[in-house]
Design a protein around this ligand. Structure first.
Ligand code: UT7
Length: 352
């Protein structure tokens, strides 16, 4: 039976460390508040002009490809998950192909727009391609450059202090080794609360979903309505917004649910999990999930303290660090789980 194996994993984070105290220069916040409510101590910000979501992804990918013992030319498909793409379009998949110098044009590049769940969604899609024998070396990447699109005024503090930049990449291959590889994937979504964790502008919505909000659009009778209006810029409407408590409450329910779904399907118990790598949304969310599943501290990996929430990049960055620290060994049962904007959520159970 063919299963999907994570052949290699790697990450790249930008050099610039931004502490909680650094943020107090821009907004009314404190190291104490951020640590207590989120567990975050510091995060990384990419260089404004010399690093992009794609370039960080390329650095992580180069290491992953080398660790897999293959060459760039062996990659036969790219899957790129991000919510902070370099361009409105085209997506980062093709930009990564170019940045890596992968010139063979028979390969494809797919962009995943599932925010915090992007890596889990991407892994699930890759799994289907590999199991069916379509591809043999898929490069799956999660990368984010949040620092370009945050509101650094006090009004934006509820969102801005959480996010950080970085990238994680892995090479996925087929394996026929008994019991090894991806055992289950489960994906879910519920668009009811789409705007509760969202960056609405720039977009083509033209106010459709929020008739009561004045975005400053010009006369609708005149063709060529614009994505970005002067009002959006003046009123700081070009940044993410989040109803934190709703997201928190839903997350602590959905994480354990979707992990349990995987365990039920595979006939395993939470005690069988060697390492749970949850999306790094908030240390308190991870603690809730850990408690609900009855896991010991050594069964859960967190690194939000150092990097903040890096959305689609958080799971591969955490998995890469856990691997480098010797916390993932051959034969270990690894559980990945994510919840975020959409809302979307999902889990993957795999035997390393
Ligand atoms: O990865 C995607 C998924 N995202 C998540 O899972 C995030 C889920 N939500 C959360 O993690 C939490 O809701 C937050 C960390 C975002 C916020 O924590 P909270 O305990 O829910 O705080 P809150 O939004 O209820 O705000 C409490 C107070 C408010 O002040 P008042 O109204 O009580 O006077 C906020 O204005 O804290 C204030 N506040 C801040 N104070 C200092 C909000 N942000 C900050 C801040 N610094 N950065």
């Amino acid at each position: 039976m063919i299963r999907t194996r994570i052949r290699s994993i790697a990450h790249y984070v930008p050099e610039q460390v931004v502490t909680n105290n650094d943020l107090t220069k821009y907004m009314d916040t404190s190291d104490e508040w951020i640590r207590e409510r989120t567990g975050i101590e510091e995060r990384r910000y990419a260089h404004k002009h010399e690093e992009t979501t794609t370039s960080m992804a390329a650095r992580a990918s180069e290491i992953a490809i080398e660790r897999a013992g293959i060459t760039k030319e062996d990659i036969d498909f790219i899957i790129f998950a991000t919510l902070s793409p370099d361009y409105y379009f085209p997506g980062c998949g093709v930009l990564l192909q170019r940045e890596l110098g992968i010139t063979q044009t028979e390969i494809g590049a797919l962009d995943i727009r599932n925010q915090c769940s992007g890596f889990v969604y991407g892994l699930s899609v890759a799994d289907k391609f590999i199991k069916t024998g379509t591809y043999k070396n898929i490069l799956l990447v999660g990368s984010e450059k949040h620092s370009m699109g945050l509101d650094f005024r006090t009004e934006g503090r509820g969102v801005t202090v959480i996010f950080g930049d970085g990238a994680g990449a892995c090479v996925l291959q087929p394996t026929e080794e008994e019991g090894r590889g991806v055992l289950s994937t489960h994906l879910h979504s519920d668009g009811t609360h789409a705007e509760e964790l969202a960056m609405i502008n720039p977009g083509s919505h033209g106010g459709y979903h929020n008739a009561d909000v004045d975005y400053g659009y010009p006369d609708p009778q005149v063709p060529g309505e614009i994505f970005v209006t002067p009002k959006m810029m003046k009123d700081y409407m070009l940044a993410p917004n989040m109803t934190g408590q709703l997201v928190f409450k839903t997350a602590v329910t959905k994480f354990p649910e979707v992990i349990q779904e995987g365990l039920n399907e595979t006939g395993l118990n939470s005690t069988d999990i060697d390492l749970l790598i949850p999306h790094q949304a908030n240390l308190r969310i991870s603690a809730f999930v850990q408690k609900r599943l009855g896991l010991r501290d050594d069964q859960v990996f967190n690194n939000i303290q150092k990097y903040g929430n890096t959305t689609a990049a958080s799971i591969p960055i955490a998995m890469s660090e856990a691997f480098e620290q010797g916390k993932i060994k051959d034969g270990d049962l690894i559980c990945l789980a994510a919840f975020g904007s959409g809302f979307t959520w999902g889990s993957v159970l795999l035997r390393w």
